[in-house]
Unconditional design. Structure first.
Length: 179
């Protein structure tokens, strides 16, 4: 698969993961979501979830299975976030490695095309999800309001490189798989 296809999200949401609604999930016939944690659900170095995120998880859990898969190695942080949301999780995923995402998919017992990979990074979340044939959803990072630097140099670099390789940060044609 060409690089531009591997780095191209199926859906790009304006704003954070909180803008991913049950209507959107149903529109794309998704029955499960694998969620990144750092800057997708909570700001970096924050170990507690916001009331808004807790409410979002409860709303989304009603229509789809959820699993956390993080590159972060901190059991205390990622495990604490997962337990506070009552969600299963894997840490130390080393995305774009597919190993722990595959394990989450096996646990969900869903076909890969019915599971969305949701994250804020092209070269980890989107790349890993596309390599598996998942529906990939790119969201804007959630950053701590006290963060001195509000730009995202790594993400900006990823966007630049992906555009050089031919991907665009506009959605490609939607993959809708019929049962």
């Amino acid at each position: 698969m060409p690089w531009n296809n591997l780095l191209q999200p199926d859906l790009i949401l304006k704003g954070s993961v909180l803008n991913l609604t049950p209507d959107i999930i149903q529109r794309y016939e998704l029955r499960g979501l694998v969620l990144d944690v750092d800057e997708t659900l909570v700001p970096m170095r924050v170990g507690a979830v916001s009331p808004e995120l807790r409410q979002w998880v409860e709303q989304i859990r009603a229509c789809t299975a959820l699993w956390l898969v993080s590159n972060n190695l901190s059991e205390a942080r990622i495990g604490g976030i997962a337990r506070s949301l009552d969600l299963p999780y894997y840490l130390g995923a080393a995305k774009p490695s597919r190993r722990k995402i595959r394990a989450a998919l096996r646990s969900m017992e869903l076909p890969v095309h019915q599971v969305g990979m949701v994250g804020d990074r092209l070269f980890t979340d989107v790349l890993a999800g596309n390599r598996l044939g998942m529906f990939t959803i790119l969201v804007e990072p959630i950053i701590h309001p006290d963060a001195v630097l509000r730009s995202h140099p790594i993400r900006n670099f990823e966007v630049l490189v992906s555009e050089i390789l031919g991907a665009t940060i506009t959605p490609k044609r939607t993959k809708i798989h019929k049962k």
